[in-house]
Design a protein around this ligand. Structure first.
Ligand SMILES: [Zn+2]
Length: 383
C-alpha cells in the first residue's frame, strides 16, 4: 500500500489567481536569485520575455513588480523605455506590435535579505486602441509571470586576479552591456552574462592605459595572472586565437570566438566559472580534465576575441556553454572595496582617453560575502 505522504511532503498550494484573459503573456528567462551587493542592498536582477498575442498593438501604461500585495518596483513608460527592447523596433518604445515580442530587464533592489519575498508577480497595465470588451477593454490590467524566488545562496568564490586597483566594468545590475546581452543561441534566449564582470587594472594614477591606445603594452592589465576562483576541473577551453589590436572591437568573429581564448571550470553544484579573452600562448599548459585548486594560475589576461582593450571577462553560469547558459550570481569571500567610479561619463572618458577615472572613496573598506557592482574598484590579496 502506498505510504500516505506526511504533511511536510505536500508542496504548498500555488497562489490563488482569478482566471484572467492575458493577451500579453510574459515569462522570466530564469527565476530571480537574491544577491547582496557592495551597496549594502540585496539585488534581484532578471528579465521578462513578453509576447503580444493580439492582432492590434498593446501599449504599456505601467509595469509593476509586486509580491502579491506590496509594490517592489513601479515603472512608468518613461522609466520603462531604457529597459525594454521591442524586437524589431529597438529601445525607447513601449508599444508591442501585433504578434510582436519584447524583453524587459528588471532590477529590484531591496534593503536586506529579510525583505526578499517568496515570489514576485508582474502587473501590466495595457492600453488598446481597438477595444473588444469584455476580454479586451480599452485599458486592461493583467497579472503575469508569477515567479518563485530562487533562494539558492550565491556561490562563494575567491578573486580571479591579484593586487590593487581592479575596476569592474559592465556588471550587474543596471543596463550594462553584460546585462543587455540576452542572445538567441541554440534555440532559446539566454542571459549568460547577467552578472559578468569586465576587469581592467588601473595604474597608480587611476588610468586604464597610457600612451598609444592601440598598443597592448599601454595597458597595465595586459599579462596579469588569472587565477582559479575555486577548486574544480577544466571542462572546456580554447587557446588558438591571436591577440586583437586594442581600440576597437574586431569584426567578423564566429560565434565560438567571442570569448577569445577561454577556460570553463566546473566549480561544483551545477556551477561553471568562465574566464575569457585570455592571452594567446597560455604558459600554464592547461588541459581539459585537469583539476585546478583555488588560487592556481590558469592563464594571462589578454585581448583575444570580442575585446576592444585588454581585460578579463569573468562570470559564473549553470552549464559549461558560455553563451547558452543562465548567468548565476556569485559573491567573493573577502576583498577590499577601494572606491567607485562616479559616473558613466567618467567611465567612458577613462576607457577612451589616457586620463584617470573620477573615483570616490566613499564606502571604501573590507567587504565579505558581497557581489561587486558595476564601476566598483577592488583590491585583492597579492600573490
Ligand atoms: Zn565582458
Amino acid at each position: 500500500m502506498p505510504r500516505e505522504p506526511a504533511t511536510a511532503d505536500i508542496p504548498p498550494a500555488p497562489p490563488a489567481i482569478d482566471t484572467q484573459y492575458t493577451p500579453v503573456t510574459a515569462r522570466v528567462l530564469a527565476a530571480p536569485v537574491p544577491v547582496p551587493g557592495t551597496d549594502g542592498r540585496v539585488h534581484l536582477a532578471y528579465e521578462l520575455a513578453l509576447v503580444n498575442h493580439l492582432s492590434q498593438p498593446a501599449k504599456i501604461a505601467s509595469l509593476r513588480v509586486t509580491d502579491g500585495t506590496r509594490a517592489l518596483l513601479s515603472l512608468t513608460p518613461d522609466a520603462l523605455k531604457p529597459r525594454i527592447l521591442v524586437q524589431g523596433k529597438g529601445f525607447g518604445e513601449t508599444t508591442i506590435g501585433p504578434g510582436q515580442q519584447a524583453v524587459v530587464w528588471l532590477h529590484v533592489p531591496l534593503p536586506d535579505m529579510a525583505s526578499v519575498p517568496d515570489r514576485v508577480q508582474h502587473v501590466l497595465t495595457l492600453d488598446f486602441a481597438s477595444p473588444k470588451p469584455p476580454l479586451v477593454p480599452a485599458r486592461l490590467e493583467e497579472v503575469v509571470a508569477v515567479t518563485r524566488i530562487d533562494r539558492t545562496p550565491p556561490v562563494v568564490i575567491g578573486p580571479p586576479l591579484a593586487g590593487p586597483r581592479w575596476l569592474n566594468g559592465n556588471s550587474c545590475c543596471e543596463m550594462t552591456p553584460h546585462r543587455m546581452a540576452v542572445s538567441p543561441i541554440n534555440g532559446d534566449l539566454w542571459a549568460a552574462e547577467r552578472y559578468a564582470i569586465d576587469y581592467v587594472k588601473l595604474d597608480a594614477a587611476g588610468r586604464m592605459f597610457t600612451g598609444d591606445i592601440t598598443r597592448l603594452s599601454s595597458y597595465p592589465s595586459y599579462g596579469e595572472k588569472v587565477y582559479a576562483v575555486a577548486d574544480g576541473k577544466v571542462v572546456a577551453m580554447l587557446n588558438t586565437l591571436r591577440e586583437s589590436t586594442p581600440g576597437a572591437n574586431p569584426t567578423g568573429l564566429a560565434i565560438g570566438e567571442y570569448g577569445g581564448n577561454y577556460v570553463v571550470q566546473d566549480i561544483g553544484s551545477g556551477r561553471y566559472a568562465f574566464y575569457a579573452h585570455l592571452q594567446a600562448g597560455n604558459p600554464y599548459a592547461l588541459k581539459v580534465g585537469q583539476s585546478l585548486k583555488r588560487g592556481q594560475p590558469l592563464g594571462l589576461l589578454g585581448n583575444t576575441g570580442n575585446s576592444d582593450a585588454p581585460h578579463l571577462h569573468f562570470h559564473v553560469m549553470d552549464s559549461p556553454e558560455p553563451l547558452a547558459s543562465n548567468g548565476l550570481p556569485f559573491v567573493f569571500d573577502a576583498f577590499a572595496l577601494e572606491g567607485h567610479v562616479m559616473s558613466e561619463a567618467s567611465l567612458a572618458e577613462g576607457g577612451s582617453k589616457p586620463v584617470p577615472f573620477q573615483i570616490t572613496r566613499q564606502g571604501a573598506g573590507e567587504r565579505r560575502g558581497q557581489m561587486p557592482l558595476h564601476r566598483d574598484v577592488m583590491g585583492y590579496p597579492a600573490r
